[in-house]
Ligand binder design. Structure first.
Ligand SMILES: C[S@@+](CC[C@H](N)C(=O)[O-])C[C@H]1O[C@@H](n2cnc3c(N)ncnc32)[C@H](O)[C@@H]1O
Length: 220
């Protein structure tokens, strides 16, 4: 029978496997910060932040071998599953960093990232939790620093309240230029568009009939 102790042991095992994987990077991994040796220096750099098991990045990397992908999450056990799937699919242009988004400047150069994807971030609905929302000003400062001029931030979410809060927050900023806004990606985009690649959370919400909201913007 599967119990809580087994669950914890399995997470510790996956944490250790992630830290020993050739695709896993982060403070505790054998590879530390050497992700560039694996991905090289050529090709647009795409980050998926709060990637979970990174189903979205995996499919993006498969579709776009000319781009370099980094999937980031604080949770090593989820990242380990992404690493395994990437190895099994023989995908060469995707690596994983275990880090808090707010610490990403330790791993990446300023003005080096072309695209940021925020895929179904935790909504943190309480006012007291607002500082954890991935589009709060402290997170926006990180994206603005890491992105090349004209680089794009993309957000996909099921959460209407988070989406409207984000729209309001971004609209109040003078340095933000919206590129695209949709309250239902399935009615706004064509089959084959990258934005329609489903994440694990997205599949769950779609099955419940909840639409995916999407926006993209750049900093001026
Ligand atoms: C709701 S899950 C979405 C996972 C995946 N993107 C999907 O759509 O299936 C949000 C993820 O964000 C990660 N996360 C939350 N805050 C983070 C932070 N500050 N830095 C890095 N990852 C974070 C969590 O660990 C979790 O895996």
């Amino acid at each position: 029978m599967y119990n809580r102790t087994m669950g914890r042991q399995s997470k510790i095992l996956q944490y250790n496997l992630f830290n020993n994987s050739s695709l896993g990077f982060g403070r505790h991994s054998v590879n530390e910060f050497r992700w560039q040796e694996r991905l090289g220096r050529k090709g647009p750099l795409v980050l998926e932040l709060g990637c979970g098991k990174a189903e979205f990045s995996l499919e993006m990397a498969r579709r776009h071998p000319e781009k370099r992908f980094i999937a980031v999450d604080v949770k090593a056990d989820r990242l380990h599953k992404g690493c395994k799937a990437t190895e099994n699919a023989s995908i060469k242009n995707l690596v994983f960093i275990q880090a808090n988004i707010l610490d990403l400047a330790e791993y990446l150069q300023p003005a080096s990232v072309d695209f940021v994807w925020l895929t179904f971030p935790d909504p943190y609905p309480k006012k007291s939790q607002a500082k954890h929302r991935m589009l709060n000003y402290n997170f926006l400062d990180v994206y603005k620093t890491l992105l090349v001029y004209g680089g794009t931030v993309n957000l996909k979410t099921d959460n209407q309240v988070l989406f409207e809060w984000t729209l309001e927050l971004l609209s109040a900023r003078k340095d933000v230029r919206f590129k695209s806004i949709s309250f239902d990606t399935e009615t706004s985009f064509l089959n084959g568009d990258d934005v329609l690649i489903p994440t694990a959370f997205e599949q769950k919400y779609r099955a419940l009939g909840v639409s995916t909201k999407y926006l993209s913007f750049s900093f001026e």
